[in-house]
Design a protein around this ligand. Structure first.
Ligand SMILES: *Cc1c(COP(=O)(O)O)cnc(C)c1O
Length: 381
């Protein structure tokens, strides 16, 4: 298999030459805030654990209790024998919290999107997708075989133009956008997108991986826009919720369709009881501690205010640096001061927009945010 290894080595060398080769580092998360990496203890601004729930005692206890009661794994796909009682409880809980008729839980956010989109649209249909939508929305869209039209980031006027020109030529139409954009931290204009979609019978779907537990009072991006109708609200349990799993909140009919058609639900093992138990306990905390929920965005806004940037709309703040080498260098400088901010490079973000992406947690001390802002200001100087 000489050709195989030669291929892999050449590919790696080409990526390394562009500062685009990635390697895994061992990360030991100590307390939801600090990470030990390469023998150093760093304050992390690169975890999506916005509420510090991965290490919350009640969440960990719920995971352990779920293992004791239901075992370490689900044992099968949900439609066979893997549908343990905790999953049904979690679905009811999510639907109630999000204000939808029903919910369906998948084994991850990525798997959710890859299952949902092809269950709704196919070759005769149209998908409109924001150019900065998450990789797994793209994966679902491509798998569906629908005609794909990309619109400029958050450009609802262009969406209206496309719908006017194209909608009549297709059977069904679906618009895909992040609710909170994962690498930019801004919100989709769901009020305007919702109005256009309603007018043209186009189904609006948000990927709100970074919204649940953080914006809309913890209910997600759709709840930032009171009049908006978002019939398909997808998200993950792996970020603010601190566990693992993806979900769709929607009408009962749509959820019933997912449970009989979504291939990533049918042909993949159900979530382990521990993950579901942890998610349920985390949702208890999210529902009962509004101050914790408000904290990540307030901290992000403290950071943007210190740097004279537009106010953060979520818990995510990017600092664009341009080329990948510059982002790597900036991350090294921050690391020397005890901060972990992983550089984000293409293809995760468009070419020429390599950046540091800061994710703020309810647990970050305000004094450390001020110190970080000072260090970032010094980078630019
Ligand atoms: C992280 C993320 C996902 C994937 O969720 P997982 O549960 O980690 O697979 C999907 N969409 C967006 C926008 C994300 O940021």
């Amino acid at each position: 298999m000489q050709s195989l290894n030669a291929f892999a080595e050449a590919k790696l060398a080409a990526l390394a030459a562009q500062s685009l080769r990635r390697t895994l580092k061992e990360d030991r998360r100590i307390d939801g805030l600090h990470i030990e990496r390469g023998g150093k203890r760093l304050l992390s601004f690169s975890c999506n654990d916005y509420l510090g729930l991965t290490h919350h005692p009640a969440v960990k206890a719920a995971a352990s209790a779920a293992i004791e009661e239901y075992g370490a794994g689900a044992g099968a796909s949900r439609l066979v024998t893997g549908n343990h009682p905790l999953v049904e409880a979690l679905e009811a809980r999510l639907a109630r919290w999000k204000g939808t008729e029903a919910a369906c839980v998948f084994s991850s956010g990525y798997m959710a999107n890859v299952g949902i989109v092809p269950s709704l649209v196919g070759a005769e249909d149209l998908i409109l997708i924001d150019e900065l939508a998450h990789a797994c929305l793209w994966a679902g869209a491509q798998l569906s075989g629908a005609t794909l039209i990309v619109f400029r980031h958050n450009d609802s006027d262009q969406v209206l133009d496309i719908l006017r020109a194209e909608r009549a030529h297709h059977r069904r139409a679906l618009l895909l956008t992040d609710g909170v954009f994962s690498m930019d931290g801004d919100l989709a204009p769901l009020d305007r997108l919702s109005a256009h979609c309603t007018a043209y019978d186009c189904w609006l779907m948000t990927d709100d991986a970074h919204g649940l537990g953080v914006v809309g009072g913890g209910r997600g991006a759709a709840h930032e826009f009171p009049g908006a109708s978002v019939p398909l609200q997808m998200g993950t349990l792996s970020k603010a919720v601190g566990s693992l799993g993806g979900y769709l909140c929607a009408s009962q009919a749509v959820i019933d369709l997912m449970k009989t058609r979504a291939r990533t639900l049918i042909f993949s093992t159900g979530l382990p009881p521990a993950s579901v138990g942890a998610a349920l306990a985390a949702l208890d905390i999210i529902e009962s501690e509004p101050e914790r929920v408000a904290a990540p965005r307030l901290r992000a806004q403290r950071f943007t205010a210190a740097l004279n940037l537009p106010a953060a709309q979520s818990a995510i703040v990017p600092i664009l640096l341009g080329d990948a080498e510059r982002a790597l260098e900036a991350a090294r400088e921050l690391e020397a001061q005890g901060f972990l901010a992983v550089p984000i490079r293409p293809p995760t973000v468009p070419k020429g927009t390599a950046r540091l992406r800061f994710a703020f947690s309810a647990l970050h001390p305000e004094a450390e945010i001020d110190r970080l802002a000072g260090a970032v200001r010094a980078l630019a100087a």
